[in-house]
Every structure is written in C-alpha cells, then in structure tokens.
Design a protein around this ligand. Structure first.
Ligand SMILES: [Zn+2]
Length: 378
C-alpha cells in the first residue's frame, strides 16, 4: 500500500506544474475520459464544495447529475457547466429552481452536504462499492479486474510511487490513454500527428518513447541512471525493471521514479500542446523531470552507501546525516517545506523577507509535508 497520496485533491496544482495556468488535475480527467470503465470508481466527498462540479462530478447519492437534468434546463436556469456544489446550497437547503421540484424531484432527494472549510476530496469506489481513500493497491485491483498481478505492477505501483505518475503509467502500459490514433474512427478529420514532433501518428508506441522529442528527453535522463544501453521503448524498459530486484535500494526507487515521471510528463506535454497551446523545450522538460526526481529524493531517509553516494553525484545532491541536501544555494527559485529540511529556515505563507520572497504556497503535493511553497532568493 502506498504511503502517500491517499487522497488526491482535484485542485491538483503542484509545484512541479507551476507553469500551468488553470490546474485541472488532468490525471483525473484522463480517468474521467475513460468513462465507461473507470467513471464509477471515482466519487467526490464534499468539504467546502468549491472544487466539485454539480453536473460532472460524482458527488451525489444519485450519481452524475448531468445525466439527469437536460443541458437546456440547466442553461435556462443559469446553472451552467461551471456550477459548483457550494453554489447551490444556501443555509443547508438546495437552491434548485422551484419549477424543478416537479420536473426533477430526485434532486430534492439528495441529502444536502454540510459544507465545511475542508477541501473536497476524491475517493475511490472499489468494485464492491466500498468507498476508500485513494490507495494504489485498490486502484490497481479494481482497474485490472482482479486479474493476477502481472510483473510490471510492481515497477509502477510501489510505496514511494507518486500516485498520479503511477496512474498514467499504468494506463500507458496497458495502451489505454486516449491517443489520436484511437480517436480516428470517431473523428475522421482529426489531426493525427504527434503534437511533440509532428512527424508520426500520435500513438502509445510513438509517445513512449520513439518520438524524436521524447527520445531526446529520455536520452538525457538515461545519463542519470546506472543502466547501460537502456531501450527507448517503454515496454522493454518496464520489462528490464521488472527483472530488477524491488527493494528499498535507492536505485531501485530512482529507476522506477524516473520512468514513471518520464511517462507522466511526456503525456502532460503532449496534452498541453494539444489542449493548451503550450510548449516546453527538450531541456525544459528534462529540467522539470530532474527537479521532480530531486525533490522526491530529498524526502527519503538514506543510509550511507556507495549507491547513495553515487545517486547524490548523478542527481546533483549532497548527502548528509541520513538525508539528501540541496547543492548550493544561490539566487533562484527554491522549494521550501519537507519538514524544513530543504530550506534552512521556516517560511510562513505570505512572508516576505529582505532576501527571500515567497512566490507561491502550495499545500497540495504528493508528499507528506504540510507547508510547502516556492521561494525566490534574490
Ligand atoms: Zn512525436
């Protein structure tokens, strides 16, 4: 069972996605895109009601409300697509339009959630209908229809794994992400070429990592792993790693973290280009992935060993007293948090000091820390 990320918040914005303007937790959107199969597995538990869509999230006892109220009625009542659960509750009562009382009595049968000051949470609904906090083993079991665990399972789902990376990797390995080649039969005029290189058709095999763009990023990352002659084909890489001992050994964790992050960020880049018109260079993406891995490494307690020292060397971290440390501390952007191990002092949200300025607090990370943010050292 994973030790972190039991609950994934839809708010979903994290330090590593800070360029993102409108966070949409698209890992979860991918999940929603595969409606028929996965949709029943995700449910929202209402806290403050601010991040849960009235129409398109599964929060009510009667399921998805967009299936019930016609779009026409919604718009006539000025209850558009962006309506959140918090907007339709006043003094513990529903604010549905009066004329809906007859037309949609089921709406009035829904218990009014008690709004709190907690964020809304997403929970996993298992095949037997039990709701649980997001738990990697459970997700795996339910999505794989209780098939015997195949060996790549442990390459992707492991205690230190990042749930959103594991989730996308899990879909990627099973050829279940929605790539353009799969959409062609529905949308024959669709532009099929890879958004990353514009040279070949967008498909799993292409993206992971035959695409010339992906291959460039991967070739740079390979230098920070210990394997010689590592393949550019995700399936072969997973095969190789599944033959590698699964242990707390630092390299066992680094290998799997890098591969999952690579899959996640390639898929993210592809989506940004298609849906947001945003583009990062090979170097930018390499930097994003490396930074992610470094931050991950900083959270591990490690014992001095040749493997640990080598990891520090290759990932540009020093090693001290059971923990990795940042190398150097010049002007630039830094993370703070992680039990104040990264930053040598505690920074409070909104704090501005002479030397440091807090750019963005962020408490929504896949780690165990509470107070995390980004600080600019001037
Ligand atoms: Zn490509």
């Amino acid at each position: 069972m994973g030790q972190m990320g039991y609950v994934v918040k839809l708010k979903g914005r994290s330090i590593w996605d800070m360029q993102m303007e409108n966070s949409d937790s698209w890992g979860w959107r991918q999940l929603l895109a595969l409606r028929d199969k996965e949709k029943p597995h995700v449910a929202h538990v209402i806290g403050n009601g601010i991040n849960t869509s009235v129409w398109f999230d599964n929060w009510s006892s009667i399921g998805y409300l967009d299936q019930m109220v016609t779009r026409r009625d919604r718009f006539q009542a000025r209850m558009g697509d962006n309506l959140k659960v918090a907007h339709i509750i006043l003094d513990n009562q529903w604010k549905w339009p009066d004329e809906w009382r007859l037309k949609y009595p089921a709406l009035y049968s829904i218990d009014v959630p008690v709004l709190t000051n907690q964020d809304d949470a997403i929970v996993w609904v298992s095949n037997d209908g039990k709701r649980s906090k997001y738990n990697t083993d459970q997700v795996w079991n339910d999505l794989s229809e209780n098939k015997p665990k195949v060996k790549w399972h442990r390459v992707i789902w492991f205690p230190q794994a990042t749930p959103k990376h594991a989730f996308i990797s899990c879909l990627a390995v099973q050829n279940r992400l929605v790539t353009q080649d799969k959409l062609q039969k529905w949308y024959p005029t669709l532009r099929l070429n890879s958004a990353l290189c514009d040279q070949e058709v967008d498909s799993h095999e292409h993206l992971f990592f035959r695409c010339i763009f992906a291959a460039k990023v991967w070739n740079l990352l390979k230098r920070k792993l210990l394997f010689k002659g590592l393949s550019n084909n995700l399936y072969r890489i997973i095969d190789l790693l599944s033959a590698y001992p699964f242990s707390k050994n630092i390299w066992s964790v680094i290998n799997r973290t890098v591969v999952a992050a690579m899959v996640y960020y390639i898929w993210q880049e592809r989506n940004w280009r298609i849906f947001k018109g945003k583009k990062r260079s090979v170097q930018d993406l390499r930097g994003t992935i490396e930074q992610f891995v470094r931050v991950k490494l900083l959270t591990f307690k490690v014992k001095r060993s040749a493997a640990v020292i080598k990891a520090g060397e290759l990932w540009d971290l020093t090693w001290d007293n059971m923990q990795f440390q940042w190398n150097g501390f010049g002007p630039g952007l830094y993370l703070y948090g992680f039990n104040n191990k990264v930053f040598p002092f505690a920074v409070k949200k909104g704090e501005v000091t002479k030397e440091y300025m807090l750019i963005r607090p962020d408490s929504n990370l896949d780690t165990n820390c509470n107070e995390v943010g980004i600080v600019l050292r001037m």
